[in-house]
Design a protein around this ligand. Structure first.
Ligand code: FES
Length: 428
């Protein structure tokens, strides 16, 4: 364990118990709660004060703990979701607010029902509800909208009064994960790593397209204390390509010689949490040479630099044509015709639950605990990338959270697995 520069003791009350935490200057309260005090019911989504996943009560006031320095918590009373649920003085209030019919209603009304539940009973009732019922405040939810949450907290809708979640025809589907999501005990990808787990910092391209090379990685590694390993494409044992559909699999886990988009991974540094937290990527020995890039959408101009590493004539991964009806006749019959050209920018799925996890060796098999919706597809990809028999790989999915079409292909899985194998000759 490395001594943390300037670490200072901060004392406060956490869920009714006096605690002391050694934290360096500027450490977020969310990090101290999760990583030093084990309060994994405090989640971190955006780390920027936008989503509310890290909400705690500080002396009774709702606060985003990711925006509060730990030192400002000195002498204060901090309550987390788990503490609220367990707290004796609040038990009666919680029994009213979250348990019994309302807690059951929140579970019933969560997505996964048949789409009917939670709708207003009559047109226009939304207005009344907004006027008379509480609104969620400070927590961003992208999965449901807020209607079902408001219904559950503000009052059990008439059609749910007396409803059960026994699973008979016409009843809401009972969500087995409803209760742990309410009380904060659900385990997501960022919650599974045991204390002291090594962390990975991925070195990514700052350019749209760039050639790159490394200077004496072994020497840098040996000179840099706290770094356990450096990983590059040279450490990929199998085929350096993955993708959600096998015939489209052409994305390397680490770029080789040329990076083709901003953020493409070229290397990864493995170290203790303290070292990775303070790691300055500017010190990493990588040389970049910026190159012309294909910047036009949706298709790069003819003759543009190649986006793909193999095949893909004209920089096109795949194409298709869908014909339906008679567009000419429909246009002819239309009262108004408007012709415009529209384009939209790239939009990330923006779920609150990070793609995170950890890997450990169990005998000669690697266990990769990860946030994924497709563990078997992950296993297929890891077998190809690592070049080892699939019986030596185990994918353990955590709770997923939002997906919105993502979390199907692999993201950080190869880096975790490679970090567990500690490449010979680097930092040993
Ligand atoms: S507001 Fe703190 S993690 Fe999003």
């Amino acid at each position: 364990m490395f001594a943390e520069f300037g670490a200072q003791t901060t004392r406060f009350t956490l869920n009714g118990s006096a605690v002391a935490v050694e934290a360096p200057p500027g450490e977020r309260l969310s990090d101290s709660l999760r990583e030093r005090l084990g309060a994994r019911d405090v989640k971190v989504g955006c780390n920027a004060g936008d989503c509310g996943s890290c909400s705690v009560l500080v002396d009774g006031e709702l606060v985003c703990s990711c925006l509060m320095p730990t030192r400002k918590a000195a002498g204060r009373r901090i309550e987390t979701v788990a503490g609220l649920i367990a707290s004796e003085p609040l038990a009666r209030d919680l029994a009213q607010r979250f348990r019994g019919p309302r807690r059951r209603a929140m579970r019933l009304l969560h997505p996964g029902d048949d789409g009917r539940l939670g709708r207003p009973a009559a047109a226009g009732s939304d207005t009344g509800r907004e006027r008379h019922q509480p609104r969620p405040r400070g927590v961003l939810c992208r999965c449901t909208g807020y209607r079902k949450i408001v219904d559950a907290v503000g009052g059990v809708p008439a059609h749910l009064a007396g409803a059960d979640d026994a699973g008979h025809a016409g009843a809401a589907i009972r969500r087995l994960d409803g209760a742990p999501k309410l009380d904060g005990s659900e385990i997501f990808g960022d919650d599974v790593a045991p204390p002291g787990t090594l962390e990975i910092f991925v070195i990514r391209s700052p350019f749209a397209r760039a050639a790159f090379g490394f200077d004496d990685l072994d020497g840098w590694c040996a000179r840099t204390s706290g770094i356990e390993a450096v990983l590059t494409a040279a450490d990929i044992g199998g085929r350096n390509a993955f993708g959600v559909i096998p015939s489209f699999a052409d994305q390397p886990a680490f770029a080789e010689k040329v990076a083709r988009f901003p953020g493409e991974a070229v290397a990864a540094v493995v170290g203790t949490p303290e070292v990775i937290r303070d790691f300055d990527p500017a010190t990493f020995p990588v040389r970049w040479q910026e190159l012309d890039a294909a910047r036009t959408r949706p298709r790069p101009a003819p003759g543009a630099p190649r986006c793909c590493t193999r095949g893909r004539a004209g920089n096109v991964m795949c194409s298709g044509f869908v014909a339906c009806g008679d567009p000419e006749a429909a246009l002819e019959a239309a009262e108004v015709q408007v012709e415009r050209r529209y384009s939209s920018g790239f939009v990330e799925h923006a779920y609150l639950e990070p793609e995170a996890g950890f890997a450990q060796m169990v005998g000669d098999r690697v266990e990769i605990h990860t946030c994924t919706r497709a563990p078997v597809m992950d296993l297929d990809s890891m077998e190809i990338l690592l070049g080892i028999d699939r019986s030596r790989i185990r994918i353990v999915p955590t709770a997923v959270g939002g997906g919105f079409g993502s979390k199907l292909d692999i993201s950080l899985q190869p880096y975790r697995r490679l970090a567990r194998s500690r490449p010979a000759g680097r930092c040993e």
